[in-house]
Write a protein that binds this ligand. Structure first.
Ligand code: TYM
Length: 354
């Protein structure tokens, strides 16, 4: 027996979703549905590692759900739910708090970025955040996780946690017959948790700010001009692309020529991802052209691809009862799967009562 391919990913309900979230993650979620079972989670437990106004959190949770559905995720064939409905995430996160080492978490760059200079005042949850993320994935024994490039380090930690758990409890896993043979590189190993594969690919694994091509496009950037929100209307999208930072050179004909030009590279990458092609292809079409030609073409393409999602999001959001029903149904199905894993985990660890 080996692990069945299962896709898991999560998005935080902490404000406006933007083009980076869409191209780096949500669009891949949609594509993966064709080949595999998928579980997509609105991670409201991760959200409160930083202060969230409760009413805003509710609103954002429904909005991310609406974005999933509007982008084409099928909540009947797959599972869409909000994390806090499935308490097993928190239970397994506790186990992982005891598996992961302080030294591993101390290396996490996202904690350093988010905590900033005032580390002493960051929540304990923000520090332990990657353990909860590992629990999200492993409570379903998911094998593949589509994410943007910024989550790479967290997924490496997830793999380390799975390996350490499999190793520390190896005798017990064998005795209980709870393990699975799996490939780890060249070797075949035996373990309870899979060593999850990150799925970080394509032309937009790291979409950058429209105001500064060296900074990641992010929800927390104070300038709204730095990002395209999934809810932006056509005029706003066009305006933001018109105002996007560029340099005075025309576009190069080869990707080599994008090297020291982060703003140009970013816009070409966005075009390639939206058009589902490559940077090479975009440059073979636009090489030698000025931004005065390229930007309107990019704006048209972005509006073409994003406006239907925004309008579908509005339509779905208007039916709150439907959105809530999707989350409830997904939560029930996810709970059943998570509980099956936790029954084994509790026995492996030696917790009585199961
Ligand atoms: P979050 O909510 O910050 O982002 C959601 C997804 O969007 C991707 N992303 C980007 N991709 C390309 N360019 C960008 N500028 C950009 N900004 C964000 C992120 O990589 C992510 O895939 N910790 C996660 C949520 C999470 C999770 C999980 C993910 C919790 N548990 C389990 C996978 C598996 C996060 O904060 O994503």
């Amino acid at each position: 027996m080996s692990f069945k391919k299962l896709v898991f990913s999560g998005v935080q309900p902490t404000g406006n979703l933007h083009l980076g979230n869409y191209l780096g993650a949500i669009r891949k979620f949609v594509a993966l549905q064709e080949q595999s079972d998928c579980i997509y989670c609105v991670v409201d437990m991760h959200a409160i590692t930083m202060w969230q106004e409760p009413a805003e959190l509710e609103k954002s949770t429904r909005e991310v759900t609406a974005a999933f559905l509007a982008s084409g995720i099928d909540p009947k064939a797959h599972i869409v739910f909000n994390q806090s409905r499935v308490m097993q995430h928190a239970e397994l996160a506790w186990v992982f708090n005891c598996v992961a080492r302080m030294g591993w978490l101390n290396k996490m760059t996202q904690f350093k970025d988010k905590a900033g200079k005032d580390r002493e005042n960051a929540s304990v949850g923000l520090f332990a955040y990657p353990n909860l993320m590992a629990a999200d994935i492993l409570v379903y024994r998911a094998t593949h996780v589509p994410v943007g490039d910024d989550q790479k380090q967290h997924l490496e930690l997830t793999r380390e946690i799975a390996q350490k758990f499999n190793h520390d409890y190896s005798d017990r896993i064998r005795d209980l017959g709870a393990g699975v043979e799996m490939k780890s590189g060249e070797e075949t190993v035996h373990g309870f948790f899979p060593i999850t594969e990150p799925v970080i690919e394509g032309e937009a694994t790291r979409v950058m700010s429209l105001r500064d091509g060296t900074k990641k496009m992010s929800k927390s950037d104070p300038s709204d001009l730095s990002r395209i929100n999934l809810t932006d209307d056509a005029d706003t999208i066009a305006k933001k692309i018109r105002k996007a930072k560029t340099d005075p050179q025309p576009l190069p004909s080869e990707t080599e020529g994008l090297k020291e030009r982060p703003d140009a590279d970013n816009l070409v990458g966005i075009y390639a991802a939206l058009a589902e092609t490559t940077r090479e292809d975009v440059l073979s079409q636009f090489g030698g052209q000025q931004f005065s030609v390229f930007k309107p073409a990019l704006a048209d393409l972005a509006v073409d691809k994003l406006a239907p999602i925004a309008s579908e999001m509005r339509r779905i959001s208007a039916d709150q009862a439907y959105v809530d029903a999707v989350l409830k149904d997904g939560g029930e199905r996810a709970s059943a799967l998570a509980e099956a894993t936790m029954k084994d985990v509790r026995r492996i660890i030696g917790w009585l009562g199961n």
